[in-house]
Design a protein around this ligand. Structure first.
Ligand SMILES: Nc1nc(=O)c2c([nH]1)NC[C@@H]1CN(c3ccc(C(=O)N[C@@H](CCC(=O)O)C(=O)O)cc3)CN21
Ligand SMILES: CC(C)C(=O)C(=O)O
Ligand SMILES: [Mg+2]
Length: 285
């Protein structure tokens, strides 16, 4: 059992902001856990930032299971959360239950689904089974095609109503937190005040209970970063400089230097051994 549990996340509301980050592999999850993240999240943004897809719609359960296993092996303290990918929970509740179980058995402590009201039955079922669920409303990227791209949500009466309906349904169904994505800050504030469970924003302003960002965006290793991201480092630039340096040293012969390889100190000893090896090879022909 990891230190940060859904109960602890709920208790943080109004007391301490929740810090959440995505991670898709072992080394990054190790760093995120050591950095004291509360929630380490295998997002389906994986399809875009790791696999180079245009949207998240082609991410499979197999991908989510593999990446969840890699992350789960690294994390000792944070809550490990895994996204349910597009198509893995919408068909029927049984399908959703089976797929959520797969992510839990891969090492996740909880799962996240996009939407709220439409999936309230599934959320209730999972929670009753003992699988903690995080909801997600505002911009839900799995509606990419219908929305015609990623855009700010919560401007119209209908959108505000939908977001509030999702949040209330999630709270009632027993979800332990809600992601509010790319939502006007006033709407995010209203939702945060309306529900007793924590809201975790991404591009939803400061009046929420926590923040989540995508690993590659905040570290500067992805070129199509959304406009709400703060870039905390230019790791992409650092990687490029390092690789250019390496390439130049290979070309010039500066690498490998004397400390990077091993050689016989006694060259006569080596000549005798090489001679014998060559003779034995000659006999084999
Ligand atoms: N790397 C990455 N970071 C994310 O935060 C993220 C993903 N990927 N993939 C899944 C969703 C999609 N998100 C996004 C992605 C792009 C915009 C964005 O660029 N919006 C622009 C242009 C929108 C348009 O008209 O197409 C904007 O200026 O609003 C917003 C949210 C957030 N999520
Ligand atoms: C943007 C976050 C909340 C997400 O769902 C993801 O990274 O997949
Ligand atoms: Mg996602």
């Amino acid at each position: 059992m990891r230190e940060i549990t859904p109960r602890k996340i709920i208790e943080m509301k109004g007391k301490e902001k929740i810090a959440m980050i995505t991670a898709y592999d072992y080394p990054s999850a190790l760093i995120a856990d050591k950095a004291g993240m509360d929630i380490i999240f295998i997002g389906d943004s994986l399809g875009m930032v790791v696999y180079g897809e245009e949207n998240t719609l082609n991410v499979t359960m197999e991908q989510m299971v593999f990446h969840t296993k890699a992350v789960a092996r690294a994390v000792k303290r944070a809550l490990v959360l895994a996204d349910m990918p597009f198509g893995s929970y919408e068909v029927d509740t049984e399908d959703g239950v089976r797929n959520a179980v797969r992510l839990i058995q891969a090492g996740a402590d909880a799962v996240k689904i996009e939407g709220g009201y439409d999936h309230r039955k599934l959320v209730r079922k999972l929670v009753r089974m003992g699988i903690p669920v995080m909801g997600h409303t505002g911009l839900t990227p799995q509606r990419y095609l219908r929305l015609g791209g990623y855009r700010l949500m919560g401007e119209t009466d209908d959108e505000i109503e939908e977001i509030l309906r999702d949040a209330r349904a999630l709270e009632k169904a027993g979800a332990f937190a809600i992601v509010l994505e790319f939502t006007l800050a006033d709407v995010a504030k209203l939702v945060t005040e309306e529900v007793s469970i924590p809201t975790i924003g991404i591009g939803a302003g400061p009046y929420v209970d926590g923040q989540v960002l995508v690993w590659h965006d905040l570290l500067g290793i992805y070129e199509n970063t959304p406009p709400f991201v703060k870039k905390y480092a230019d790791i992409g630039g650092m990687i490029r400089l390092a690789l250019e340096n390496y390439r130049e040293e290979v070309k010039s012969g500066e690498f490998p230097a004397r400390e990077h390889y091993w050689e016989f100190l006694d060259k006569d000893d080596f000549r005798r051994k090489a001679q014998r090896a060559l003779e034995r090879l000659g006999e084999d022909d």
